[in-house]
Design a protein around this ligand. Structure first.
Ligand SMILES: [Zn+2]
Length: 510
């Protein structure tokens, strides 16, 4: 019996451990108290510098260059898609446009580096990231990795104050844009509204509000009071304490783990006045509630942007493109259509005025978790080879230009039959490409020619990198040319001889 109770005890213990492991971890920002000490110094220096020279809010939108580095493992897998960047920028710009600031996408760069992908904070990763940062010092540089900080998995993202770049965990490059809007806030001299309480737990320190709140935190930061008119000497206490802004109410990191967007806990300031934090402030930790910056925070961002330290963001003249709006008009295949053959399908949509290019995604289900593939094109049509037979194929088109990211097309679908159509395309000089198929993990081209010739086949991946370029001497008759070992994805191929392009298109490899 004793033995049974003992076993039962461990069984219950094991269950409770596994339940704990399933609890959603609370995420936080990796910009430390130490970093923010210096960030606040910069904010105060800007405040002092611009004291006698008013800096009105710009009447027209000011465009700020931003660059995303999408990091993958060495083999090119694990990278987030460009679409995540566009969705993210749509969200970030909705937050910053209230102060007439907008980010334009200078470029997306692709890095393959497994250790950087695994941990954006490891010392070798940080060194490498900073090399890329220094080589590209003409934009806000954001590095998207799988894990922002391998030693503290709760870190969603951080601003590296010393080297002036941002690292974000891939799961947080999402449409609402709040995580990166927050880190960009640090980049432009803002601290947390609860600055000083990052390492302290209010409830533990005050024994759940039975003890009086201390006047400074464990890191020595002056605690903010609720009263906006409280003074220290001749200065307002709210300008000196915590984040240094009087229009961000006192907050003792009350959002961390708080459920919902209405704080109703017992926290009181050292004068025993109950706290009423702003749950919607981007620089707070009410992570599901974030919406805006306060007016004083906006002024501080503007001052930092106009400070000498940020000259590099203002040096290049940017001519904005018009905003893209409306919905995408899909032309071919028609919605619900069963196309003629699964092996070669023409995709076409109506041109969107002012779009610079289109990001096209195809997949096996409406959420694109099955067989997702994507590519970028400046054209409004493309032929895709090797779709799955007898399947529903879902696709969407996302038109963008360098400063407009919110016009995402709807997801539509069509069906493929069990059979293919002849792709025989007779071209000049009687060389024809009779089939392009998947062969193992590679691609195989079947070419027929009436006479010997020299051709070149080029293969590019979805981010435009040249993977393979082979020259081949073809004979009269039919022959097969294989390019082996491709990772799954959509590839663009061009087949040329010295006179002309024989065929080009896209192929999906699974
Ligand atoms: Zn932060």
């Amino acid at each position: 019996m004793k033995k049974l109770i003992f076993v039962l005890f461990f069984f219950i213990l094991a269950i409770s451990f596994s339940l704990n492991a399933q609890q959603k971890p609370v995420g936080f920002c990796g910009t430390t108290v130490e970093d923010q000490y210096f960030i606040k110094e910069r904010m105060l220096a800007n405040r002092e510098y611009f004291k006698n020279q008013p800096l009105p809010r710009p009447e027209a939108i000011t465009y700020i260059p931003i660059r995303y580095f999408l990091v993958a493992k060495d083999d090119g897998t694990g990278r987030i898609s460009d679409e995540k960047v566009y969705e993210n920028l749509c969200g970030i710009n909705k937050i910053y446009i209230t102060q007439n600031l907008s980010f334009y996408l200078k470029e997306i760069k692709y890095i393959n580096n497994t250790s950087m992908w695994e941990n954006g904070s490891a010392s070798l990763s940080a060194q490498r990231i900073n090399q890329f940062n220094l080589q590209n010092k003409n934009a806000v540089n954001v590095f998207c990795v799988n894990v922002a900080n391998g030693s503290e998995l709760g870190v969603l993202a951080f601003y590296n104050r010393v080297n002036d770049y941002i690292v974000c965990g891939n799961p947080h490059v999402i449409p609402n844009g709040t995580t990166l809007a927050h880190e960009i806030g640090h980049y432009f001299s803002l601290n947390h509204t609860f600055y000083g309480w990052e390492n302290d737990n209010y409830n533990t320190i005050t024994m759940n509000c039975t003890k009086t709140t201390p006047m400074s935190t464990s890191t020595g930061i002056l605690v903010e009071y609720v009263d906006r008119n409280k003074t220290v000497g001749t200065q307002k206490q709210c300008y000196l304490s915590a984040d240094g802004f009087c229009d961000t109410p006192a907050d003792y990191n009350l959002g961390f783990g708080w459920n919902g967007c209405n704080y109703s806990g017992c926290a009181k300031d050292p004068d025993e006045v109950k706290l009423n934090p702003d749950e919607k402030n981007i620089m707070s930790y009410f992570l599901d509630c974030l919406e805006y910056f306060s007016e004083e925070q906006k002024d501080a961002i503007l001052k930092d942007l106009n400070s000498a330290k940020r000259n590099f963001l203002r040096s290049s003249v940017y001519t904005p493109k018009l905003d893209l709006a409306g919905s995408v008009n899909y032309i071919s295949p028609k919605i619900g259509e069963i196309v003629a053959g699964y092996n070669e399908v023409k995709f076409e949509w109506a041109a969107v005025p002012d779009a610079e290019f289109y990001f096209v995604t195809i997949g096996g289900n409406p959420t694109f978790t099955l067989y997702p593939q994507s590519f970028k094109t400046a054209r409004t049509d493309t032929v895709i080879t090797n779709l799955r037979k007898s399947s529903s194929i879902y696709w969407k088109v996302y038109p963008v230009n360098a400063n407009s990211f919110c016009m995402k097309g709807a997801t539509v679908n069509f069906k493929t039959p069990a059979f293919g159509v002849a792709t025989n395309e007779v071209v000049k000089n009687k060389i024809s490409i009779s089939n392009i198929v998947q062969s193992g993990s590679g691609v195989e081209f079947i070419i027929n020619s009436d006479y010997p010739d020299n051709i070149q086949i080029q293969l590019q991946n979805s981010i435009g990198q040249n993977l393979n370029s082979i020259k081949y001497q073809i004979e009269a008759g039919s022959q097969s040319i294989s390019i082996p070992n491709c990772i799954p994805g959509i590839y663009t191929y061009n087949i040329d001889n010295k006179n002309s392009r024989l065929k080009s298109g896209k192929i999906v490899l699974y």
